[in-house]
Design a protein around this ligand. Structure first.
Ligand SMILES: Cc1cc2nc3c(=O)[nH]c(=O)nc-3n(C[C@H](O)[C@H](O)[C@H](O)COP(=O)(O)OP(=O)(O)OC[C@H]3O[C@@H](n4cnc5c(N)ncnc54)[C@H](O)[C@@H]3O)c2cc1C
Length: 382
């Protein structure tokens, strides 16, 4: 085992940390209040190339390895989970199906399009009637001359209202079950594509979460990724790829709350002493420190397994399930360290706690991760 990072990984991680502290921390509270996607911060992120960590170097992207992507993801989430979620949804989640199933022409076209002036992508899977049970989707792709006609509504889509391109899953015929599912790349400008309701959320308020409506949208055959009916496999592989990144988001969110709490505990005086001198406070910080480190090692193990060509689906779900729950617990405890001040908007820690809740919900809820882990372990898979 090797716990050292490469020079490139360290450089990208440091760049992301600096960006988070200088460009994100001073303004994220304001954006959280306004509940809008921070176009100007994203533009600055685009100038660093960190918005395109999922695009390989040969197509003009950052070209960093999987672990490097996760390290950057963690640092951006330490800055703000909403913005980091938008970045991950675009450059990783919506882009992974291109890595997994696209032919060379499609890679050239869609990776290039992604890099045009810092445009965003969105991953359109969830529907009002198909959340945890995504295989039961109702969005249809009906075959027609030269392509397909898409009809349906996708909901809770990160970047749904601000993306330039959509990665969309639809079924040829619901009766075929998951064997009928296909994956398409759809241009935002296509006729019949519109943005529906934008959600008013508890947390990650910097990210845009919207419905995307497909009303008789013609999609050329050349936009289908992989063969007909392989969309489900592409989707499952995508979630395997993205879950370590969600775990990294969770570690970053917990680390941000923790760092603020450590500083505060040294400064806040009660009973004539800094509260950091009380064992009860020290133990909350020590527990958080151990839990964050355990989560970090879990996502890095999943990255290692993937990069070394070993099965990593189980590790991905373990990391996502553990880190989502860990971030919720740690951020709640860090509010406790701040006492009453932690419950106000005078300090950033309440935002970390509100933001953390999503980590137990999206990309498969904490319950769904346990279902995956249990199914795998009962099959004897590691
Ligand atoms: C802010 C935000 C961003 C999102 N971004 C995206 C995105 O970019 N793209 C996208 O496609 N989707 C996205 N989603 C959707 C997200 O992945 C779903 O909300 C999630 O998968 C859960 O689906 P659901 O909300 O329909 O809950 P449901 O499936 O209705 O679940 C409700 C509850 O029941 C439990 N449950 C359901 N089935 C079972 C079962 N079989 N056994 C035990 N418990 C079960 C769940 O764990 C949960 O506690 C996003 C959601 C949010 C809120």
């Amino acid at each position: 085992m090797d716990f050292d990072f490469t020079e490139e990984q360290i450089m990208m991680k440091d760049m992301a940390r600096k960006f988070a502290e200088t460009e994100m921390w001073p303004v994220v509270g304001e954006y959280d209040d306004k509940h809008i996607w921070p176009e100007d911060i994203y533009k600055k992120l685009n100038e660093t190339g960190l918005d395109c960590i999922g695009v390989p170097a040969e197509y003009g992207g950052a070209g960093i390895d999987f672990l490097g992507q996760a390290l950057v993801t963690e640092e951006l989430a330490r800055g703000d989970l909403g913005l980091a979620t938008g970045v991950v949804a675009s450059t990783l989640l919506a882009t992974d199906p291109i890595h997994i199933a696209a032919n060379e022409d499609q890679k050239q076209r869609w990776f290039t399009k992604m890099l045009e002036g810092g445009k965003l992508a969105a991953f359109c899977l969830t529907e009002p009637g198909a959340g945890s049970d995504v295989g039961g989707m109702s969005t249809t792709c009906k075959k027609t001359d030269g392509g397909y006609i898409l009809n349906g509504v996708k909901c809770f889509i990160t970047n749904g209202g601000v993306a330039n391109q959509y990665t969309v899953f639809a079924t040829l015929d619901k009766k075929l079950g998951v064997k009928g599912i296909c994956c398409f790349m759809v241009d935002r400008e296509s006729e019949g594509v519109s943005v529906g309701k934008t959600e008013n959320k508890l947390g990650i308020r910097l990210s845009n979460t919207s419905e995307v409506v497909f009303d008789n949208v013609f999609v050329p055959e050349a936009n289908r990724l992989g063969a007909e009916g392989t969309g489900w496999m592409t989707c499952m592989k995508t979630l395997d790829y993205s879950r370590p990144m969600i775990a990294a988001l969770a570690v970053g969110c917990a680390q941000g709350a923790f760092d603020h709490a450590v500083e505060y505990s040294k400064m806040r005086v009660q009973f004539g002493k800094p509260i950091s001198s009380f064992q009860a406070v020290q133990f909350m910080l020590a527990d958080a420190c151990m839990e964050i480190e355990a989560g970090r090692l879990l996502y890095q193990k999943a990255c290692y397994l993937k990069m070394s060509g070993q099965p990593f689906s189980q590790s991905s779900s373990i990391a996502k399930g553990y880190c989502g729950d860990m971030a919720m617990k740690v951020t709640t405890d860090m509010v406790q360290v701040f006492g009453g001040y932690g419950y106000t908007k005078d300090y950033p820690v309440e935002k970390y706690m509100r933001d953390a809740k999503i980590l137990q919900i999206y990309e498969g809820t904490s319950q769904v991760q346990r279902m995956v882990v249990a199914a795998n372990l009962l099959k004897g898979l590691r």
